[in-house]
Design a binder for this molecule. Structure first.
Ligand code: PGA
Ligand code: ZN
Length: 414
C-alpha cells in the first residue's frame, strides 16, 4: 500500500531539469526519473505542463499523492488509470507525460521491491529469460550535434554475433573508440567532442561517416571475432522541408524528394549491409514507410519511432498497411507503463520487433534495462558511452548475472 509519493527536480544529461519520483509503500520503495527528447514526434504526449517540473512540485505533487496514497502499488493498471484521470486530457498536457511515466515506473519498482523482486522479474515473471542486444550510438548528427556534423541523426552499431551482454557492450565500446581514431585520421583538428547521446560529433559529411562506421565495424569485428553490423536512425522528420517537399542534406548540399529518399535508403542498406534503419521517412508518411518495408524489409529491419510514438492506436494503423517491421518503445512518449506494455503486446502479436529505447536527454535511471528484459525485447537502444547510457548497459550485465540461465535474445535474420 502506497504511503507517500515524493517528487523532485533533478538534472538530465543536457543539464535541463527533469522529474524524479519516489513511491514509498509500507514495505517497499521505488524511484524513477523521466528522460526527454530533442527530435520528438509530434504525436507524443506532452512532457511537462506549462511551468515545467516546478509547477508539478508546487501545484500537482499534493494532488497526485493524495489520490495515490492508500492504493496498492501492485495494481499498476489502476494507478495508471488514476494518473490519466487526474490529468483529464488525451495528450497528458495538464500534469505531463513525464510526470505520469515517472510515477508509473516508480510505483512498479515499489511493488517489485515489496515482493523483494527486481523489476524485470516482477513484470516479466518466468518469461524474463532473454537479454537484449545493445544498439550503440557511435556518431551523432542532426538535432543531437552541432551544425557541422552529419545530417543523419544516429550512426549506430549492433554486435549481432556477441554471445553475452558483456561481449556485446565491450564490442560496442571498442567500435566507439576505433571510430574516434578514424575520425581523427580524417580531421586532425577533431577535438573528441560528443553529441547528446554520447556518439562523436565530428565535422564530416554523411558519406564520410558511413565509410568510417563501416570500416570500424569490420575492423573490430575481425579483431574480436564478433559480427558487428551498422545501423542508422535518420530521424527524417528533422530533415524534411515541407515547403520544398524534400529531405535536405546540408553536408552534401543535396535535396531528395520522397522517391529519391527511398532509393537512397535502399542503396545504403545494400552498400553497407545495414541491419536496422529507423525513421527513414517523415513521421506522417505511412505510405512511404510501407513501400520501403515491402521493397527491402526482408534485408533490413525498418523501425518506426516518431511515426508510432509508442502509441498502440497509431501502431494499429501502421500494421494495417505494413508500415514497418519494428517499433521504438519509449515509455515517456505515451506516459504510462500500462500503455507502453499495450503497445509492446500489439507489436509482438503482429511480428513487429519492439526496440526499447533511451531518449537523447537521459538520467542515470536504469529502468529501461529492466523493461527490455521483462518485455523480451531483442534489442535495446541506449547508447554506448556516457554515464547516463552505461547506467542501463551495466544494469544489463547485473541482470545477466542474476539469471545465468538467460541467453542473448534471438535476433531476426537480416
Ligand atoms: P530524441 O531522439 O530522444 O531526441 O527524441 C532519439 C531518437 O530519435 O531515437
Ligand atoms: Zn529515433
Amino acid at each position: 500500500v502506497i504511503e507517500d509519493v515524493r517528487v523532485r527536480k533533478i538534472l538530465d544529461s543536457r543539464g535541463n531539469p527533469t522529474i524524479e519520483v519516489d513511491v514509498i509503500t509500507w514495505n517497499g520503495f521505488g524511484r524513477a526519473a523521466a528522460p526527454s527528447g530533442a527530435s520528438t514526434g509530434t504525436r507524443e504526449v506532452v512532457a511537462f505542463p506549462e511551468g515545467g517540473v516546478d509547477k508539478v512540485i508546487s501545484e500537482l505533487e499534493d494532488v497526485i499523492s493524495s489520490e495515490l496514497i492508500g492504493m496498492d502499488a501492485e495494481y499498476l493498471e489502476d494507478i495508471d488509470l488514476i494518473l490519466k484521470e487526474i490529468d483529464g486530457t488525451e495528450n497528458l498536457s495538464n500534469i505531463g507525460g513525464n510526470t505520469t511515466v515517472a510515477v508509473s515506473m516508480a510505483a512498479a519498482k515499489a511493488a517489485a521491491s515489496s515482493y523483494n523482486l527486481p523489476l524485470y522479474k516482477f513484470l516479466g515473471g518466468n518469461f524474463a529469460t532473454s537479454i537484449p542486444y545493445p544498439l550503440g550510438n557511435m556518431i551523432n548528427g542532426g538535432a543531437h550535434a552541432g551544425k557541422h556534423a552529419p545530417d543523419i541523426q544516429e550512426f549506430l552499431v549492433i554486435p549481432k554475433g556477441a554471445e553475452s551482454i558483456q561481449e556485446a557492450v565491450f564490442a560496442n565500446s571498442k567500435v566507439h573508440a576505433r571510430i574516434r581514431e578514424l575520425i581523427q585520421a580524417k580531421d586532425p583538428e577533431f577535438t573528441g567532442g560528443k553529441g547528446d547521446e554520447g556518439g562523436w560529433a565530428p565535422k564530416i559529411s554523411n558519406y564520410e561517416a558511413l565509410e568510417i562506421q563501416a570500416r570500424a565495424c569490420e575492423e573490430i569485428g575481425d579483431e574480436t571475432g564478433v559480427e558487428i553490423r551498422p545501423s542508422l536512425d535518420f530521424a527524417a522528420t528533422e530533415l524534411w522541408n515541407s515547403k520544398e517537399e524534400k529531405y535536405i542534406y546540408k553536408q552534401e548540399n543535396i535535396k531528395r524528394d520522397t522517391g529519391e529518399q527511398i532509393e537512397f535508403v535502399k542503396e545504403l542498406i545494400k552498400t553497407y549491409k545495414m541491419f536496422f534503419i529507423e525513421d527513414p521517412l517523415h513521421e506522417s508518411d505511412f505510405q512511404g514507410f510501407a513501400q520501403l518495408t515491402k521493397e527491402i524489409g526482408d534485408k533490413c529491419i525498418i523501425c518506426g519511432d516518431d511515426i508510432f510514438v509508442t502509441n498502440s492506436e497509431i501502431l494499429k494503423k501502421g500494421i494495417e498497411i505494413g508500415a514497418a517491421n519494428a517499433i521504438i518503445i519509449k515509455p515517456n512518449q505515451i506516459g504510462t507503463l500500462t500503455d507502453t506494455y499495450k503497445t509492446v503486446k500489439l507489436a509482438k502479436e503482429n511480428n513487429y520487433i519492439p526496440v526499447v529505447s533511451h531518449r537523447s536527454g537521459e538520467t542515470t535511471d536504469e529502468t529501461i534495462a529492466h523493461l527490455a528484459v521483462a518485455f523480451s525485447a531483442p534489442i535495446i537502444k541506449t547508447g554506448a558511452i556516457g554515464g547516463e547510457r552505461i547506467a542501463k548497459l551495466n544494469e544489463l550485465i547485473r541482470i545477466q548475472e542474476e539469471i545465468p540461465y538467460a541467453r542473448m535474445a534471438k535476433l531476426p535474420e537480416r
